[in-house]
Every structure is written in C-alpha cells, then in structure tokens.
Write a protein that binds this ligand. Sequence first.
Ligand code: BES
Ligand code: ZN
Length: 889
Amino acid sequence: MVVALLRCSWLLERFCFLCRTGTACCLKCCPAPSNVLVWVAAALRYSGSEKDESSRWKIFFFFAPWKHVVMWELIDEVEVEMPTSLGCPPPCAPLFLMLMTFLLQVKHATNQIVMNCADIDIITASYAPEGDEEVHATGFNYQNEDEKVTLSFPSTLQKGTGTLKIDFVGELNDKMKGFYRSKYTTPTGDTRYAAVTQFEATDARRAFPCWDEPAIKATFDISLVVPKDRVALSNMNVIDRKPYPDDENLVEVKFARTPIMSTYLVAFVVGEYDFVETRSLDGVLVRVYTPVGKAEQGKFALEVAAKTLPFYKDYFNVPYPLPKIDLIAIADFAAGAMENWGLVTYRETALLIDPKNSCSSSRQWVALVVGHELAHQWFGNLVTMEWWTHLWLNEGFASWIEYLCVDHCFPEYDIWTQFVSADYTRAQELDALDNSHPIEVSVGHPSEVDEIFDAISYSKGASVIRMLHDYIGDEDFRKGMNLYLTKFLQKNAATEDLWESLEKASGKPIAAVMNTWTKQMGFPLIYVEAEQVKDDKVLKLVQKKFCASGPYAGEDFPMWMVPISICTSDDPTSAKMQVLMDKPELTLVLKDVKPDQWVKLNLGTVGFYRTQYSPDMLESLIPAIKDLSLPPVDRLGLQNDLFSLARAGIISTVEVLKVMEAFVNEPNYTVWSDLSCNLEILSTLLSHTDFYEEIQVFVKDVFSPIGERLGWDPKPGEGHLDALLRGLVLGKLGKAGHKATLEEARRRFKDHVEGKNILSADLRSPVYVTILKHGDSTTLDTMLKLHKQADMQEEKNRIERVLGAISQPELIQKVLTFALSEEVRPQDTVSVIGGVAGGSKQGRKAAWKFVRDNWEELYNRYQGGFLISRLIKVCVALRMALEISFYWF
Ligand code: BES
Ligand code: ZN
C-alpha cells in the first residue's frame, strides 16, 4: 500500500506527531488519505460549571483524512505493509487530533484555567470573553500525576462568559480506556479496528480536556465525521447525516443534544456492525449492535432489553428519558459492560447469544448484565453519585435490581436463590477478612477509584440493599426510590440522600441502621441458643464480628443494627417474629413453640450475618434439610454458614461433613452449586495434606447419586436449572476422576472433535474440564486447536477458562504463555491465568510466579486499571496474600 510521508511544519518544533521524537514527522503508519481515519477535533462548548445551572458542552469530532489537515506537507510516498484500517500497529501509535471550543463562565477573575487532562498534548489554547478579543494561553503546565493541566494566560480573564478554544493531540490507545481502538476480524478474515470509548471512572480526560468529575454535569452536542461505510453511534439519536463537503468518502453525523449528564457517561463508537431492533412497550427504540453477520445473536438481548425498560419505568415510576437505547458488543473491552447513557457497551460474551452454541449460563449472564446496565440508566445516569465515595450505591443498587429484573423476565431461573450463592456468600467470604474495607470509602486520586470496583462495592452493596428492601417492604421501598429519583433528577446525590428518601417513605430509622453496614467493614456472627420454657422457646442472641481467621479477639466491639427474622417448623416460609437487634445481646420469647419444633434465624438468607446455632438447635434442623421442608435458600445459607464456621476454626470440619449427609436428596441446582464451591475450597486446602485423595473420594460419593439421577442427556420437560445442574455435577464428578463420567466424557469429546456428534453447549465445559484434568499434551493441543477454530467469543472463553485444569508442569507453562499470546483477547488473559491458579496445586504456584515474572507487561497492558486487581484476586491463594498488602477481594 502506498502511504504518504508528510512533514508538519508548524508542529515540528514541539514534537513529531507520531513518534514524538522531536524530529520531522513521519506518517508511515497512515495509508492513503481517503481511508485513513485521523481523529480531528472539534468544538466543545461548556457553560457554567455549577451543577445547579444549566450548562452546555458541544463536541464535534472529525474523522478526517490527512489532506484536511492543511499544515501537513507531502515529502515522499512509500510502499508499506498496512494490515489495519484504523491506525497502525506499534511503535507508531494512531493519534487523534482535536480542536475544541468551550463556552464557559469565569466565576472569579483569574489568569489560569485548570482542567483534567491525561495523555493529551495541547497545541494551542485561547480564551475570548463574550464580545471581546481572544487571548492566547502562553503556558500549558501539565500535572501528570494529578491528570490535570493548567492553562496560563498573559492577562486576567474577567468574570463573565467567554469562549475557550483548545486544539490538541491524543492517542487512540490500545489500553481499553479513554478513546481506544478495538481489534476485530471481518467475516472474510481481515483484521480491522473500531474506535470506542470507555470513560468510567476517570478516562474522559484521555479523549478531551474537561472537568471530569461526576458532579460537573453538562449537555453534549456531538458530531462525528466518519467514512460513509462505517456505523457511527453516540449517546443520542442521529438528527442529521450529510456528505462531508470536502470528501465524498466521508459523512458528517450529528446527534441530538444529550440531557445534562456526567462526562464518564459520554460515549461514541465508530466501526462496522449489524443490528437488530425493536420498540419497547414504552416506545423506546432499542437496537442491539453485533459484529457483521451476527445480527441473529443480538435477538436474545434485544428481547430482554425491550422487557426491561418498561419494567424499570414502572418500578421507579420515572420514564426512560432518551428516545433510543443502543446495546453494542465491543471486541476488546475491559469491563463486563458499561452503562453509557443511551449507548451501552458490552463485552461480546455479555451480549451475544447463539441459539445453538450458547449455554444456559451465558443466557442468564446476558440477562443479568442487560438488567444491570439498564438499571443504571436511571440509577447512576439520571441521578448520579456526588463523588466516587458513593460508587458502591451505584453498583450495589444495580447489582441488586438486576436480579429483580431477571426474576421478572425469567421466573424459571429462580434467580434470587442464585443471588445468595453468587453475591451474598461471596461478599461474606471477603468481608470476613481482616483486610476488607467499609462499603463507603473515601477516594482521592483516580487510581484509588479503580480499586473500589470490587466485590465489596458490588456484592456486599447488593446484599445490604437486599436486606434493606426486605426490612422496608417492597411498597415503601418503591415509594422511597421514586422520591429519591424525582428529587435528584439530572442532579447528584450521596448515600445519605437515599436513606433520607427511604426514611420518609417508610418511617423507619434507615440511616441509623444502614450506617452500621456501610461505614464499618465486616458483619456479625449471631450466636443463638434456645431454652424450652413450658410451651414457649426463649432465645438468647449474641452478636460479635465474624472473622475468617477465628473467633473475634479485637479490643473494640463493633456492633450492627441487624434486622432479624425467625421462623419455625410450623411455617418455614414466613416469619414468626421480626425484630431489629440494636444491641450486643438480645433475649426473645417465641410463644407456642413446642419442644419438637425447630427454630431458624435469617429466613430467606436475607440478613447479612452468619448464624451459629447451639448444638441441639442445629441437630433439630438436620431433618428439615433431609426432607426438604426447609426452603432451598435456607438450606443453602445454613450449609454455607457451617462451612465458614469450620474454616474459621469455630466448629469442627468433621461435624460439617456429617451434615453433608443430610443433602442426599438435594434436588436444587443452586444449593448444589454452593455446596460444590465449599467442597472445592476444602479440597484446595487439603491438596497440601495427605487427605487429598480421601476428599476426592468423598466428593465422588456426594455427587454420584445425583449424577446418576441426571444422566448425560436432557429429559423431556427439563428446564434451565436442570441444564445448569447437569453441567455442574458432571464437571464435578469428572474432575474428581469418577470412572464412568471420565470414560463417557472422553467418548463424547472424541465424537465432538471428529465432528460426529457435536456436544451441546451445556455439556462442553464439564467435558472439557474433565478431559483436561486427566489429559496430556495431546489433549491440550486439541483444545488449543478448538480454540483457534472457534468463531464465537463465548466458546473461546469457555476453553480459556478450563485450560488451567491440566496439571503437568510443562503444560501449565504452555497455558500461561498462551494467556499472554495474541490468541487471547487482552481482557481475557486474567481468566486464563485465574484458571491455572484455581486448576491445581502446581498451577497455583506457577500462576503467581508467572504474574510476578511478567508484572511489567501485565501492568502495562491494564495500566493499573481494575483488571490488575482482578488478576491479583484470581491468582493469589490465601497464604500468598501475605506477600501483598492490598488484598481486598
Ligand atoms: N459501571 C460498570 C462498568 C465499569 C466497571 C466501569 C469497572 C469502570 C470500571 C458497569 O455498570 C458494571 O458494573 N459492569 C459489570 C458487569 C455487571 C453485570 C456486574 C462489570 O463490568 O463487571
Ligand atoms: Zn454497574
């Protein structure tokens, strides 16, 4: 391909435009002018930074070819290999150049303007007071650490409105943050790039200098000048699309003005996509954008989104304020999904469902993620947190209500029971560590914000909101939510503001109760014993902080205000008594509870605490597990408490394993799933002892009966949860080396590879993990081949996650090397390494060593973002946590 070598005379003195060497500019990396996308800026208007004032920012982004940048002069033309259509591979990073105009209000006379700005080079800046002459800034002082720039002016800018113009250069980076490029392959096998934004938490400043804080809201008018064959999307609907005057290959796409909003929710995407669309019952145009040729795979998410929007409208009693919402699958994407207002971005695996090749758990995940991000359109976008300290409220709330929404759309998923094993128990596990942190944390520097996107903000946040919802009751909770949303519509709010609205709606002491859960870390263990006094049972409750490391021995006595519910065998599904425990000890009298009746605390496993029963109370509950009279979510909670108490050394593990016998008749997927996690933890601990083989035998004994009952093939009338249960049980048996399961897995895998009988999507993970666990280098090679051939990201991820099951040291190394190869998308490296760490004893050590040996590359890849924290979390076993001091997960 012939490319232009250009010289830029007026930038020459400052830096080379691309390689920044300070010498002449070489634009080797840019192909012929007509198909290069150069990101040329435009105008951004801003007026008034006070949040109560109506303010307006205007942005035009021009995706223009070089020939429009008049200062470039052609000096040569050369032939180069040019594999990409947007920018080029390193070392010459693709840049974007912007010209901006801000309309702003100077509140106090000054000769300096301070803005957020990162990885951006400002070329010129000037300020023109309204009706007066322009003054050029004479200095740009970058405070790189603080991600700020100070523009200095030779004279004082007087109070009043004026126009600030800035032109600058930024980098269209590969770090999945700010304004970045995402690599994809076309149906014909070409590698191309889309240009995408990811601004939360603090990366809008990488795309344009701005006041990048959630409380500084503005409206945005966005225009994109793009090649006419590309899809251009932004937060709002298109209001004009016309040929770009200077180039027939370009079009200018103008979007409607956004509502007043925070910078972290601004988004634009340019690339090649197909879409499916519908209109939701409340009249919103919903589109799901997919890779070209895969529109079918957007249908499931489209259906969920179309059901979800009216559900939230009804729940909050506030309409969705934009005329459209787009959901788009982005190939390279760091988070799971991002709630940009009106343009929600997703990893491919969080949005695309192939009716033939997607498994049941993927469907469920897509439904949850769609439910989560759409909830943010109200809770987060319409009413935004005042500062990142309140991030937990944003994420905790969305992580709770996503379940409410999925329960509405798919009641057959029994999703609330799954909440307990996915979020509640996970949060308790982490929050019991000495180095947990309170839900509400003060944050300053941007790097501190990334750190709080963790399980405490999400899962503990969601769990305490679930407890609060239960304490208030749905009706008053909804009333309070509506009060909150309407009071702070298009504004910002803090945690206390929500408590105030809920307090108003319910008449209950919400702030007093909730502060004990959000402002201090940890949660209580409630010890309970019962005494029979005639026909009554007298309960004595004592609360103490629960610690994973053993009985609490601290000097202070943290206390929680705990909504307690109690049921008896008379009616295991409704509370006989509800009380707010607001002191360390409490004595309660349960009237008319006969000696043969059992008593259980924490009905529905809703309260965020663990319960330790006296031996005789526990004994009386065992038959209720066995005969299933205790509801699934209570069986799950009871079992989980017992395992945790044993791990903390408070009760004996042998006792817990004996209780396991009561689960012989267990039919429920989620109960099995939690049990299986606990046995896995035990098995990991025992892998360092002589009892490893024995625990494998125990696992086989526990899972064999249910495995036999289920068999390999679905039976008529089975549903979603049966499919999940079968996958879980067969995987568990296969990994533990259950002979019949292993043989059948090998047989089915062979047929699959030979194309004789393709494995159903739900059976793939259990089969893959089984054959790898007991496989050799040929098995691994076959899996890597399947990975290469897979067209769907879901299948690639499925394989990536199980590769770590292989246990030979040299094969483990091969998997780790593969994790950093081009074959694995950058965001998925973490799960490959995590799979190795969790796959075997040898893998655990090797993964941690690998991370330390490759720290620079990994850190550079994620730029210290939240994926780094997730990486540490997935690969650090508890004993290795001592090596690092920031082990929060
Ligand atoms: N707001 C977040 C996206 C995000 C996460 C931005 C981390 C910056 C850093 C989004 O709403 C979210 O929570 N996404 C989740 C998925 C969700 C279903 C739990 C995620 O990305 O893990
Ligand atoms: Zn979220």
